[in-house]
Design a protein around this ligand. Structure first.
Ligand code: HEC
Length: 129
């Protein structure tokens, strides 16, 4: 009995230490992220690579990327993408491209999907650390 309590205590510490923030659901749905994968591959992957590790464009996953965007409202990333990407046609992405693509980038950075879809009115939550 005692041993079991100790063990479950240890498991909890490991679970909490292992990225509790990332387990917080993000402001997007699983369906959006899946849809975003196709759209990302169509519009972004030539420069950022299908694995988001970067090529002609910078990496959209990993420590440097997260350092830049984590803790800021997702709206900032969404607005940045809208205003600048793709560089050949800034402001060309419609909301039904921008939202899934942003959701996909969040999911690839380990953010878990939630119940509410990402939209221009639901992007104020911070990009989890
Ligand atoms: C023609 C190549 C190209 C395409 C296509 C492209 N990008 Fe980029 N992207 C770049 C380059 C180059 C940079 C670095 C720009 C800079 O730092 O000023 C960049 C930067 C970014 C950043 C900022 C990265 C950071 O570290 O903060 C994001 C986010 C981004 N792109 C998302 C996208 C998305 C989403 C798409 C598809 C809609 C896309 N890009 C399409 C070339 C591209």
């Amino acid at each position: 009995m005692k041993r079991q309590a100790l063990l479950s205590g240890l498991i909890m510490i490991v679970a909490l230490g292992g990225g509790a923030a990332s387990a917080e659901p993000g402001p997007f749905t699983e369906q959006q992220a899946a849809d975003g994968k196709t759209k990302f591959n169509n519009h972004c992957a030539t420069c950022h690579r299908p694995n988001l590790e970067g090529g002609q464009g910078t990496a959209l996953i990993g420590d440097a990327f997260k350092q830049k965007w984590a803790g800021k409202p997702v709206a900032e990333l969404r607005d940045y993408i809208h205003a600048t990407m793709p560089p050949t046609a800034p402001r060309s992405l419609a909301d039904d491209q921008l939202d899934p693509i942003t959701a996909y980038i969040l999911s690839k950075n380990g953010v878990a999907p939630g119940d509410a879809p990402l939209s221009k009115d639901n992007a104020s939550a911070a990009f989890p650390n």
